[in-house]
Design a protein around this ligand. Structure first.
Ligand code: 3PG
Length: 391
């Protein structure tokens, strides 16, 4: 597929879908990673003399104007980072937008208002997609984080104007695509997080590809239960016990080394001030709940990470937001930082964890997509990528 660099953009109006869905608190951006990640694409287009029209969603305003979800602060931050003026508009389609774009000179940047203020965005409404398409000569999708959404600005618009990928999109696909199709070995995946339910597709797909599969987080207790142990008050998905068993069997069958917790930090309640103890997984006391992997488990996982050539990490090992249950996730984060293997962080909570433990700069790749990278790891094709039609 063609990327932005394969086409001539000089003097053209380029509609760039970015993912500026950044966390905000009281009108302030608390993490601008996604804005920074889009800079190479924007800078390239500016230098190439394009008229750069940026579009993004922010939050979930459900098709209505929401004063707390305007992109104004994002525009200000972008202008600081790129060291150029950014004209932030208060609409994303219509006459004022068209007039502003008509006045643009080469190398100028316009940021449209939150595209989800229109109901048609998430419905992938054809008319709305056409209104966006009408604003530009070319469409660039650089919103990897939203590539799993078939919305008007991520999918629909590509039916009406030539559509190519941006540099961030390309980089995400190169790293994750290569990891999944042609991995260096030993290849290790670390899957954590709260629920088996959310990781079924990922575990299924990765069991076909990896040498080591490490399991942690809340979801590991359904596996521990599947092995026949009592798990006290730990998180259990009763209806996923059979599935967990089948994963254990499939790992054996495929020669995948499955690593599960052997010890756990249990607490008497779900609270940062809970009483805690470390126990083996076959000795979880009744009434207690496991909220982190134990130190023996963490050390094992660190060993596997150290000897792997490629490691993908999705989902924390415990409730790392609470000090008493942060150690497992921290040990994994530190092992990721120290390994000579190539490290990929699959967005979301694991990205937050490497930030928190101050090892983000030591990772080879931190995906800007949570849901999107998860779906790629499930082996799915993403609508935002399928739509890029300019071959
Ligand atoms: C994300 O943050 O994962 C993307 O920006 C997509 O947002 P959404 O889940 O609201 O579609």
């Amino acid at each position: 597929k063609k990327t932005m660099k394969d086409i001539d953009v000089k003097g053209k109006r380029v509609f760039v879908r970015v993912d500026f869905n950044v966390p905000m608190e009281e009108g302030h951006i608390t993490d601008d990673t996604r804005i920074r990640a889009a800079l190479p694409t924007i800078q390239y287009l500016v230098d190439a003399g394009a008229k750069v029209i940026l579009a993004s969603h922010l939050g979930r305003p459900k098709g209505e104007v929401n004063e707390d979800m305007r992109l104004t602060a994002v525009g200000t931050r972008l202008a600081e980072l790129i060291e150029r003026p950014v004209t932030k508009l208060d609409e994303s389609i219509g006459e004022t937008v068209e007039a502003a774009i008509a006045e643009m000179q080469e190398g100028k940047i316009v940021l449209l208002e939150n595209v989800r203020f229109h109901k048609g965005e998430e419905k992938n409404d054809t008319e709305l997609a056409q209104s966006f398409a009408k604003l530009a000569d070319v469409y660039v999708n650089d919103a990897f984080g939203a590539a799993h959404r078939a919305h008007a600005t991520t999918e629909g618009i590509a039916k009406f104007i030539p559509a190519v990928s941006g540099l961030l999109m390309q980089k995400e696909l190169d790293v994750l695509g290569k990891a999944l199709s042609n991995p260096e070995r030993p290849f290790t995946a670390i899957i954590g997080g709260a629920k088996v339910k959310d990781k079924i597709g990922v575990i299924e797909n990765l069991l076909e590809k990896v040498d080591h599969l490490i399991i942690g987080g809340g979801l590991s207790f359904t596996f521990i239960k599947a092995l026949g142990h009592d798990i006290g008050n730990s998180l259990l998905e009763e209806d996923k016990i059979e599935l967990a068993k089948s994963f254990i069997d499939k790992a054996k069958e495929k020669g995948v080394q499955l690593h599960m917790p052997i010890d756990t930090v249990v607490a008497n309640e779900f609270s940062k001030d809970a009483a805690t103890q470390v126990v083996d997984v076959d000795a979880i006391p009744a009434g207690w709940m496991g909220l982190d992997i134990g130190p023996k488990t963490a050390a094992n996982y660190a060993d596997v990470i150290a000897k792997s050539k490629l490691i993908i990490w999705n989902g924390p090992m415990g409730v790392f937001e609470m000090e008493k249950f942060a150690n497992g996730t921290k040990t994994v984060a530190d092992a990721m930082a120290a390994t000579e293997g190539y490290t990929v962080i699959g967005g979301g909570d694991s990205a937050a964890a490497v930030e928190k433990f101050e090892v983000a700069s030591k990772m080879n790749h931190i995906s800007t997509g949570g849901g999107a990278s998860l779906e790629l790891m499930e082996g799915k094709e993403l609508p935002g990528i399928l739509a890029l039609n300019d071959k």
